[in-house]
Design a protein around this ligand. Structure first.
Ligand SMILES: *Cc1c(COP(=O)(O)O)cnc(C)c1O
Length: 383
């Protein structure tokens, strides 16, 4: 049996029941289930505002856009960010004509607070922090530095639905945190996300912008009634970023199982650690102390990574890479060479298969193959 990197697991009957309610009611858009899910998410995370959008990319763009607006950032102002992430983290900075300035990563493969400070300039306005694989790295230090330097903090929490730090759900410390509910993330739907601002005025503006700048949503107009329920005002050039009730229906069900699912992912990674710890060709990426990670990823560093992937594929095991150093992409080449550690890690990093349908014996099998092939690859006629 093949072992894939990810395999989303849904509580099918319960999801269908929630979706059925939408279809029978005749309401699949924004409102109804999206409102219920925003409430449920707020309760689960204890974040003050939760706004459901159609992807984390949309949420991240709104985050940058709203902060730029309120804090009066100018085109060309800088946001410090990481080169080891999914490109949407950095694209959203460019959407707003701001400049991604890359700082290097630490041993957790998250933004390194020391290099982050080295990259500060008079134009720095914010920091974008990515919790790699659910791991907060040295997030608390970054929070501190942002406060000292009056910088905004955006948390790309795409991997962090359910990550707790010192027993509290992550996100409150940032000006805005953004979660992904894309199919392979810890809380899978098909595509959706949540943007959680810490200030009410940011949340209010974001809610208008999410549906083309229109000041009332269709759902409240439908429920409220009256002769002028068709009437609305358009105050901003907004976007088509809102989430819909079908995605929210799935999310409502999946949220009930999120803690249980994350706990099982941690169990799988504990088994990996048991098997791979102390193997001298394999370096396990550590998890920061004091955190309960979602364990979206289990990452190791190996030499001959690409050869190892091919060898594992031949045995029906399909690992992944998170991520290629973004400064290697032509889009971000201007920053090439500015983050040597990220560059080095980018050639060695490997995410081993990790999903809820895996068993201990799957972990054993993958680990055994990794150890065996990593050892073999050391010997070929290469230096
Ligand atoms: C998946 C991901 C995103 C984007 O999420 P979508 O919901 O697919 O838009 C952003 N940042 C990181 C780190 C991700 O892994």
């Amino acid at each position: 049996m093949d072992i894939q990197l990810f395999l989303p697991t849904f509580h099918v009957e319960e999801c269908l029941q929630e979706i059925r309610e939408c279809l029978e009611k005749g309401w699949t858009g924004a409102g109804f289930k999206t409102v219920a899910f925003e409430e449920a998410w707020g309760k689960y995370t204890d974040l003050p505002y939760a706004h459901f959008v159609n992807s984390a990319t949309a949420g991240l763009h709104l985050a940058v856009h709203v902060l730029k607006n309120r804090l009066n950032w100018k085109d060309g102002d800088e946001i410090i960010t990481t080169p080891l992430t999914f490109v949407s983290t950095n694209h959203v900075i460019l959407y707003e004509n701001l400049k991604p300035v890359f700082a290097d990563v630490d041993e957790y493969i998250c933004l390194d607070p020391v290099d982050m400070q080295n990259k500060l300039t008079r134009k720095t306005r914010a920091v974008m922090f990515v919790g790699m694989g659910g791991n907060p790295g040295q997030y608390e230090k970054i929070v501190e530095i942002c406060r000292q330097n009056a910088l905004a903090l955006i948390l790309d929490a795409a991997h962090m639905a359910g990550t707790r730090l010192n027993a509290k759900h992550i996100g409150k410390e940032a000006d805005v945190s953004v979660f992904s509910f894309q199919a392979v993330k810890p809380l899978p739907t098909a595509d959706s996300g949540m943007v959680c601002f810490s200030l009410p005025e940011d949340d209010q503006l974001a809610r208008k912008l999410t549906w083309l700048g229109i000041n009332k949503d269709t759902y409240s107009r439908t429920v409220s009634g009256g002769a002028y329920k068709w009437m609305y005002e358009v105050e901003h050039i907004g976007f088509k970023y809102h989430g819909n009730s079908i995605m929210a229906a799935i999310a409502l069900v999946q949220l009930k199982y999120l803690d249980q699912d994350n706990a099982y992912r941690r169990k799988l990674t504990d088994w990996y650690i048991e098997r791979l710890q102390g193997q001298n060709l394999i370096q396990i990426v550590p998890t920061a102390p004091g955190c309960e990670s979602t364990r979206h990823l289990f990452q190791i560093l190996v030499d001959y990574r690409d050869e190892l992937i091919l060898a594992l594929n031949e045995c029906g095991v399909y690992p992944g890479v998170h991520y290629r150093d973004n400064t290697e992409y032509s889009m971000y080449q201007y920053a090439s060479g500015t983050c040597p550690r990220a560059h080095d890690i980018s050639c060695k990093i490997l995410s081993l298969p990790l999903h809820l349908r895996m068993t201990k014996s799957d972990v054993d099998r993958v680990s055994e193959l990794v150890v065996k092939h990593a050892g073999k690859l050391l010997r070929p006629n290469k230096k």
